[in-house]
Ligand binder design. Structure first.
Ligand SMILES: NC(=O)c1ccc[n+]([C@@H]2O[C@H](COP(=O)([O-])OP(=O)(O)OC[C@H]3O[C@@H](n4cnc5c(N)ncnc54)[C@H](OP(=O)(O)O)[C@@H]3O)[C@@H](O)[C@H]2O)c1
Length: 332
């Protein structure tokens, strides 16, 4: 089969197109023929070796497609069935990831999709949708009176804004990048602010009270500033450090400010709570199918252009989300 393989972790050029053996399903696993594979910033961390993954490996943690082969002990799936899946146990092993014609998934991380599901749009919302949903609901436990500050307008940030909007919460303030400004329609009730006006905007929108929730996949100085903008009993959810900077937040400041610092890593927790992940995955895919959860500015590119997508992610020039078109079986 055709796949993108990383022989040695390194820059984007490490992503090479190769012909490799089609994977076979182990017990409890499915082999899925990939229609679309999502690309996220996290893939660049695996590819470059920031996160350790035994080489050679096939990157890609989220796909849509159809079931090809069913492993021993798997019930409820059959060949040809359309599905969405989270893969590779989030990088725990050098398995057959999503940048390939066929990928292996554990059945606990696979959900069936309707026959008419939009497979590109569904692939675009899987990891970011599940992450954003769990940040808002499992951790921050938002309600309708909460003000939510979202840092970053990339994949996770865009999904968080949208899911907060439909949750609904009281107010959403989003730190606008150039892309976010372009993508949010005029008239939306979401308050967009350039980073340099963050304190002023939060002060104006919340009447000086501060925000109840921060959802933060960026880190760096934005994290430090957002932490100081929390209202009493505020919750700051850490999802990642796209800036590359993980600043220290003192526990004294949590105590003195009566605020909570919390974290979520799907990769760190998914294998321990598969039922919860699968439930949220199904909810997110259903919202996408009903057109409620959409990924604005979605780019669909051929599999062998993935190195260019990684470069753009690292240079902050990528669209909010890109999916790789792998196999087209829309007519089947
Ligand atoms: N916790 C989890 O389970 C989970 C799940 C998925 C992703 N993640 C993590 O979340 C992070 C974001 O992933 P993504 O796919 O959303 O990435 P992305 O699409 O590349 O978005 C990254 C965002 O961070 C912003 N950013 C990057 N560097 C910055 C800097 N120096 N200062 C200010 N803003 C900066 C970018 O702003 P601009 O738009 O202005 O460039 C962009 O909005 C990654 O670290 C990823 O590993 C975690």
């Amino acid at each position: 089969m055709r796949a993108i393989v990383v022989e040695t972790p390194g820059p984007a050029e490490a992503l090479r197109t190769a012909e490799i053996a089609e994977p076979a399903p182990g017990a409890g696993e499915l082999v899925i023929e990939v229609a679309y594979a999502g690309v996220g910033f996290v893939d660049t961390l695996f590819r470059s070796g920031v996160f350790d993954l035994p080489a050679p490996s096939v990157p890609g943690l989220e796909i849509t497609g159809r079931v090809h082969r069913v492993g021993a002990g798997v019930a409820g799936f059959h060949p040809g069935q359309r599905v969405a899946a989270l893969l590779n146990d989030f990088g725990r092993g050098p398995r057959a990831g999503g940048y390939a014609e066929f990928a292996v998934a554990h059945s606990s991380m696979v959900i069936p999709l309707p026959a008419d599901a939009d497979l590109a749009m569904t692939a675009a919302v899987l990891i970011n949708g599940v992450t954003a949903w769990m940040a808002l609901h499992d951790l921050a436990r938002v309600d309708t009176s909460d003000s939510v500050l979202v840092l970053g307008g990339g994949g996770v940030g865009a999904m968080t804004r949208r899911l907060a909007e439909i949750s609904p919460v009281g107010t959403v303030i989003a730190v606008a990048s150039g892309r976010a400004k372009a993508l949010d329609k005029p008239g939306t009730w979401i308050h967009l602010t350039p980073a340099d006006l963050l304190e002023r905007t939060v002060g104006e929108v919340t009447g000086g009270r501060g925000v109840d929730v921060v959802v933060d996949a960026v880190g760096g100085e934005l994290r430090t500033r957002a932490w100081e903008l929390l209202a009493p009993f505020g919750r700051h959810v850490i999802l990642g450090n796209a800036s590359g900077d993980d600043p220290v937040v003192s526990t004294d400041s949590a105590w003195h400010g009566t605020r909570q610092l919390m974290g979520l890593s799907l990769g760190g927790v998914a294998h321990r709570i598969p039922d919860r992940i699968r439930t949220v995955l199904a909810a997110v895919a259903d919202l996408a199918h009903r057109g409620i959860l959409v990924q604005n500015g979605l780019a669909v590119v051929p599999l062998d252009e993935v190195a260019e997508v990684h470069r753009a992610l690292e240079q902050r020039t990528a669209p909010p989300k890109t999916v790789l078109a792998v196999s087209d079986f829309s007519a089947v």
